[in-house]
Design a protein around this ligand. Structure first.
Ligand code: UDP
Ligand code: MG
Length: 334
């Protein structure tokens, strides 16, 4: 895992007397999770190499095949044979992007790493800029922040915006920067911090923010997908949003209790009113309409509260099993 912490020597020129030109360069790891990206592998590798070739660093490009069912693995093997900077981690099945990224982060040997999507939505040309900001500001994390969401519907933009507002309002202690994805550079210190967070329910944006340290934004325009299609549908996005909220906040639980409290108070007053009315004015068997409305309202509220409780219990269940985040089928390194 993170044992290779000291394999790279950022500044070791002193001992190298004989061959000053061959001074070891700093190693930077690039992490690319791939799931059914057969259309993208070649394009992606070309774009990455084009971007990194002129840079004065050593690179390892870690591709994680997240249990693809198409030719992704085959193409990755080919890439790996033709470029000795490529490393292939082949997972035993599809574990999801979060786990795939974690597999890459765990095995990164660089003094810094950069996470990229295989679909080129995070432009590899910006690797240079990320490194520059990292070096200039001395930040621990430089995260890409989307300025425009090209090729996305207004509904997606709107839901994304609302999501950030809600989560930042209710999340305990973490501020998740708006319009950020996984595209970022992290230095060794923040990588080592992130590696320690082994929770099964991985809301990465939250985890990235949770570790703290100095984090700096790099604004960029996120391009539309170059080929293939997104693996996220709305249902999965809703799940991700829920994951974020339930993973980083206990506010929904509190809201349920507060609702319960307010409604109990109201019903107490209402009860007192009915008793008072019956004693002094007698009972005229009316009121079935209000009764049925109340019954259905409260049943709905109870179900909702049980549902909220269930979300958290489900998470406890998931975490308590302590299963590993992923399994590796094979690794190819040069
Ligand atoms: N991905 C993955 N495992 C999955 C789903 C996606 O490794 O189960 C990878 C995918 O190959 C791509 C990145 O995660 O490199 C982003 O996926 P996608 O483009 O579908 O997401 P979007 O850009 O729409 O958020
Ligand atoms: Mg994408």
């Amino acid at each position: 895992m993170a044992t290779a912490k000291k394999t790279t020597t950022a500044k070791a020129p002193a001992k190298k007397k004989a061959a000053p030109k061959k001074k070891p360069k700093e190693l930077i790891s690039i992490i690319v999770p791939c799931y059914n990206e057969e259309d993208m592998i070649d394009l992606c590798h070309k774009a990455i190499t084009k971007a990194i070739d002129p840079l004065p660093y050593d690179f390892e490009i870690i591709y994680i095949n997240d249990g693809s069912s198409d030719k992704t693995q085959e193409l990755l093997e080919k890439t790996y044979k033709s470029d000795k900077r490529a490393v292939i981690i082949n997972l035993s099945r599809n574990f999801g992007k979060e786990a795939a990224m974690t597999a890459g982060i765990d095995s990164a040997k660089g003094t810094a790493l950069i996470i990229l999507d295989a679909d080129l939505q995070d432009p590899p040309e910006l690797i240079k800029e990320l490194i520059k900001i990292w070096k200039d500001t001395g930040a621990d994390v430089v995260y890409g922040q989307r300025m425009e969401r090209e090729g996305e519907t207004w509904l997606k933009k709107f839901t994304a915006k609302s999501f950030y507002s809600v989560i930042n309002y209710i999340a305990n202690n973490v501020e998740i920067p708006k319009n950020t994805g996984d595209f970022r550079l992290m230095n060794r210190r923040s990588i080592d911090a992130l590696i320690q967070l082994r929770e099964k329910h991985r809301f990465m944006k939250g985890l990235f923010a949770w570790i703290g340290y100095k984090q700096v934004a790099m604004p960029y325009n996120r391009a539309p997908r170059a080929a293939g299609e997104t693996k996220w549908n709305y249902f999965q996005l809703c799940n991700l949003a829920l994951e974020g909220i339930a993973g980083f906040s206990t506010v929904p639980l509190r809201v349920a209790s507060i609702f319960g409290l307010i409604i109990s108070m109201i019903s107490f007053i209402f009860g007192a009113f009915i008793i008072f009315k019956t004693i002094f004015f007698g009972s005229d068997v009316a009121g079935w309409a209000s009764l049925s409305v109340m019954i259905s309202f409260f049943s709905g509220l109870q179900l909702l509260s049980i549902g909220i409780l269930g979300e958290y219990i489900g998470r406890i269940f998931g975490e308590s099993k302590k299963r590993p985040l992923y399994f590796i089928e094979s690794t190819s390194t040069n």
